[in-house]
Write a protein that binds this ligand. Structure first.
Ligand code: PEP
Ligand code: MG
Length: 323
């Protein structure tokens, strides 16, 4: 019941066989950060900075952004906050005039990091605001919609410049770790090209599933075709998680999939050690993971990856006791 769940606020997220799993929170408001802290989240794994740009017509300036980012960092009292740089375009339409109007295929258009790289001034302003917040606690920078290594190299350069600019103002800061969202199929398949250019990775299954299956994430007419329970999706997840291990780069999943406790045994079987999810299901996920035996799940990963269809994946989950 609810009381049992509340008891888990101060408990570790540890499997029955003693392996610690990191549960980070997704946040898009001050309230989310407060909840993440209260629930014992390991950090904020996805701070959706675009919420600052929606519902308004004027861009937030550096100071306004800085204050919001700093408050999030202070709110987590020493646990890391992962700021995702502006992810506008496609399903995230703003009224500031930044997103391009009239693209034939907005989901394949100028969105995420592509938009940031189009507007130097907007991007540099945001990076400086994030870097300034890093003077108040651990911060990471996460870049959305990365499709190739070249984009990471460009962003790394811009981030270095932002750090230099902030230092020139007399603020002592280190460059924050830089990560890429893995949500474009080619970035996932070619993850070896990205893994050594970044410090960490976070798989955005919402978009990855959309692009991999060619199924619009917001089109209800497509019914349950939009699902992560597809053999191709699972294989790709296993590939990315494995590449992270090989390169010694932490990998999280921050899409909705990570927030569904029924799918936790599957993600653990594929080797995932870090989840980022909305605070509303954090305790439930912690409870599920505390009931899992990681060794058993890992030994059944091969069987999971052999599944031919959704029904077979669901049978695997049933056998794992979670459906
Ligand atoms: C994702 O794509 O999985 C993700 C976490 O980002 P968003 O849902 O904001 O696109
Ligand atoms: Mg996304």
């Amino acid at each position: 019941g609810r009381r049992d769940l509340e008891r888990l606020r101060s408990k570790p997220t540890r499997t029955l066989d003693g392996v610690d799993v990191a549960l980070h929170a997704n946040a898009e408001s001050r309230e989310d950060v407060a909840r993440a802290h209260a629930l014992g989240a390991a950090g904020v794994g996805l701070f959706r900075t675009e919420f600052l740009f929606l519902q308004r017509t004027e861009l937030p300036d550096e100071d306004e952004q800085f204050q919001v980012y700093r408050d999030a960092v202070l709110g987590m009292s020493g646990r890391p906050v992962t700021f995702r740089t502006l992810d506008l375009g496609a399903d995230k339409v703003d009224r500031t005039g930044l997103s391009l109007a009239n693209e034939d295929n907005p989901a394949l258009g100028v969105r995420g990091v592509r938009l940031s790289l189009l507007y130097d001034h907007v991007f540099d302003t945001q990076l400086r605001a994030i870097v300034r917040a890093a003077a108040y606690g651990p911060v990471r920078v996460l870049v959305p919609m990365v499709s190739c290594r070249e984009e990471v190299v460009l962003v790394r350069r811009r981030l270095r410049r932002a750090v230099a600019a902030v230092r020139r103002r007399g603020v002592a800061v280190e460059a924050p770790p830089l990560g890429a969202m893995i949500e474009v199929p080619a970035a996932a398949i070619g993850v070896h090209g990205l893994a050594d250019a970044v410090d960490f990775m976070s798989i955005g299954t919402n978009d990855l599933v959309q692009y991999l299956l060619a199924v619009d994430r917001n089109n209800d007419a497509l019914g349950d075709l939009y699902s992560p329970l597809h053999p191709g999706v699972l294989r790709l997840l296993a590939h990315v998680i494995g590449a992270g291990e090989q390169h010694g780069k932490p990998v999280a999943v921050c899409g909705e999939m990570a927030g569904d406790p029924r799918l936790a045994p599957l993600l653990l079987a594929l080797g995932l050690k870090e989840f980022s999810l909305h605070p509303s299901s954090l305790l439930e996920l912690r409870r599920t993971i505390r009931d899992c035996r990681l060794g058993d799940l890992r030994s059944r990963a091969g069987q999971l990856l052999q599944a031919r269809d959704r029904a077979a994946i669901e049978r695997w989950l049933q056998a794992a006791g979670s459906l």
